[in-house]
Design a protein around this ligand. Sequence first.
Ligand code: GLC
Length: 559
Amino acid sequence: MTQHLADRTQPTGDPTRTVAGSQPDWWRHAVIYQVYPRSFADGNGDGMGDLPGVRRRLPYLAGLGVDAVWLSPFYASPQADAGYDVADYRAIDPMFGDLHDADALIRDAHDLGLRIIVDLVPNHSSDQHEWFQRALRQGPGSPLRDRYHFRPGKGPNGELPPNDWESIFGGPAWTRTANPDGTPGEWYLHLFAPQQPDLNWDNQAVRDEFRSLLRFWLDMGVDGFRIDVAHGLVKAAGLPDMGAAGQLKLLGTDVLPFFDQDGVHEIYRSWRKILDEYPHQRIGVAEAWTPNEGRTALYVRPDELHQAFNFHYLNTPWNAAALRRVIDTSLDSMRPVGAPTTWVLSNHDVVRHLTRLGGGLDRARAASLLMLALPGSAYIYQGEELGLPEVTDLPDEARQDPAFCRRGAGGDASSDGQEGLRDGCRVPIPWTAQGASFGFGDGGSWLPQPANWGKLSVEEQTGDPSSTLELYRAALAVRRTHPALGAGDAVEWLPAPDGVLAFRRRAADGSAMVCAVNTTDMAVDVAGVLTPAGRLLLASGRYPGGGVLPADTTVWWAE
Ligand code: GLC
């Protein structure tokens, strides 16, 4: 199944295949834009986004002012979980293009000064992966079965699952196989859909394969990896029963026998050595759902990965005290390991923050400007720069989230971010006011777009200073030119009335900026407490100046 790049002329690890004039430590303050390839741009009009579509839109991303682009999986996949079920890690799924398209995309991105981060899915493969298919054929006891978690069932006839673990997508985390002769056979573990068997990371061949995969994509020129379910690779020895209900929460309150086991760190230490063999700081970003920020920090110790998503921030409600607490805890947890904090409000697994925070566009814009004022690296999910809301009224028959389909499979599938309604944030984004699929492509759209999508399009918003797109462009431009934003690891809190967050950010060159956020739904007079002396840089909403911050508004001043 693996495709080959016949005309690939670049030697392994060629340093010219990265962004020219690379800045050291670029990732410490980078703004990274998540492209969900199915829904970003459709180059061939078949209703499904693809790599040529992304490639054509790279100038838009460069113009937006982001530093890097993270692409969700585009590998050969039966798409049981929208590509997070990989059948061949070295091939592009034909619906997205081929390796030449990936190569061209990476080159063009680098020419535009953008870095490319690809998604690596090491916790599980597709059940259509050659290894799994061969393991099924070869039967119990075969060495290939040891690359996954096959076990005999419990009960007199092995008719019960080997333990009580539940799938994140609902129902038991085990599926029974049939033996080559058709009789009921062993069970295999899948923390996600049955089409996503978990790999056994105690098996040396699995470890070797993923080190080789890292090199394959690094040789293709990628600048880093977002590591899917980075907290799940190692399972507790003996696969002990959980013995408790409510396992489904991804962001738990404890270390689980299948999540956040200490053994994962050894894997990332070995990966870090490979990343460091390549020039220009190639990075690893952990998707690690952990009980607290301190556990998250373990993934980004100096000899492990570079960044980890800060889901604790994402999960914080729009409340000044709660936000201040999570900002402090995040920064305090990362400081001892010397890693940058990351900030993220939206991604392909959660309700878009415009809808989730419950305050409409004003609040979403205020939240975005707060995020972009914090020290560290920020993640933007495609379409949030357009102020897209969650699409909440998709017809059931259009939905593809496997958790939605498994809602009746023995669990209610209600868990953090994986409750089965993830299609609502995956609707293809609008580029033009009119036209087939609002410029997503020349054809339709794999998920229906709302009728008013055109008003939110890139075309409609470009050049309108009051638009969310122009707010993001302006914010990212300020962030690039103002060293007090993004850099460092501290915020200096300023006195502020209830419901208002105010802090100063200082840059190494002595410059400073002040950010104030009114999280309440009423205007607040901050004149007595906060007297920013400096020049107004940007406001998320109508800010007439003076001491009154309108409801749900963030303002930046230079000092
Ligand atoms: C991660 C991905 C999610 C996927 C799951 C299983 O949480 O972000 O989309 O369903 O892993 O791979």
